[in-house]
Design a protein around this ligand. Structure first.
Ligand code: CP
Ligand code: NVA
Length: 306
């Protein structure tokens, strides 16, 4: 049966770790010039209904490095933007391609696409989640800290797609997760239900960023107004006052605490310029690891496994 990557809720902790191990191996091969053209002759269709820099470039480059080819399909220039049903798009693309990556608004669209395509579907971001980003994030934290289990992850800001995936990915890999969001901007109810599904999970949701930051080993944040929420920008700027990753907040964390940001970052809003620059090396490692983590996902899902 074909496998997809639609959301981290669908994966076990072991499956997440297997992706991270494969990503480490593929990164090693790429850095050492070892051939790893494991998807030779395969094609990935990439559907974008929202903007992107990292996701597009890392999937396209990753597919090329694996010996395959990626096609960029913008909703504006394809029939998707003119209302062709996603079910039909799925049934067409499966006749040409070996996998589909999609970035869109509703999670349901990705689930429907996957239900109608007998080829792997990879979620490149929805309003609900951003699984590829969080695989890269976990890979980066593990690279810097050696293990994930027992570390404390803190997330400050909007309970958005990044928060949803970080909570699930962090808890499934044995991390403690503390989230601080303003009232009205909590993570998705399905994700909050998941945090209660295992008595071993260490999860807290609070209103005070300082409370969440105490003893953290890695601090995450993200934009206050995500793609599609541009009209809410002014309201959100007021609601998120105080939900900023700055020096004062970082003083409460553990020594050597990392800072991660999926990018693009908004200096002076969710993060200060000084904290960003102090942790720039880790943040750009995180951006680089999109390439390696997604190569692992494509290799494992698109039939490249030996
Ligand atoms: N972090 C991330 O997904 O970046 P892009 O929006 O540039 O793809
Ligand atoms: N939460 C952000 C993430 C961007 C990579 C958004 O959805 O716009």
């Amino acid at each position: 049966m074909k496998k997809d990557l639609l959301k981290l809720l669908d994966l076990s902790g072991e499956e997440i770790l297997k992706i991270l191990d494969t990503a480490d191996q593929l990164k090693f091969s790429q850095k050492h010039g070892i051939a790893h053209d494991k998807l030779k002759g395969k094609t990935l269709a990439m559907i974008f209904e929202k903007n992107s820099t990292r996701t597009r470039v890392s999937f396209e480059t990753g597919m090329y490095q694996l010996g395959g080819h990626a096609l960029f399909l913008s909703s504006k220039e394809s029939q998707i933007g003119r209302g062709e049903p996603v079910e039909d798009t799925a049934r067409v693309l499966l006749r040409y391609c070996d996998g589909i990556m999609i970035r869109t608004f509703a999670q349901e669209e990705v689930e429907t696409l996957a239900a109608h395509a007998n080829i792997p579907v990879i979620n490149g971001l929805t309003d609900f989640c951003h699984p590829c980003q969080v695989l890269a994030d976990l890979m980066t934290v593990r690279e810097h800290k050696t293990v994930l289990e027992g570390l404390k992850m803190c997330y400050i800001g909007d309970g958005n797609n990044m928060a949803n995936s970080l909570i699930v990915g962090g808890l499934k890999t044995g991390m403690e997760v503390a989230v601080a969001c303003p009232e009205g901007y909590d993570p998705h109810p399905d994700v909050l239900a998941f945090t209660k599904s295992d008595p071993n999970f260490k999860f807290t949701l609070c209103r005070d960023p300082k409370e969440a930051a105490v003893g953290a080993d890695v601090v995450f944040t993200d934009v206050w107004a995500s793609m599609g929420q541009e009209e809410e920008k002014a309201v959100r700027e007021k609601a998120f006052v105080g939900y900023q990753v700055n020096k004062e907040l970082m003083a409460l964390t553990n020594p050597g605490c990392m800072v991660q940001h999926c990018l693009p970052a908004h200096r002076g809003e969710e993060i200060t310029a000084d904290v960003f620059e102090e942790h720039a090396e880790e943040i750009f490692d995180e951006a680089e690891n999109r390439l390696h983590a997604q190569k692992a996902v494509m290799y494992l899902l698109m039939g490249g496994e030996d």
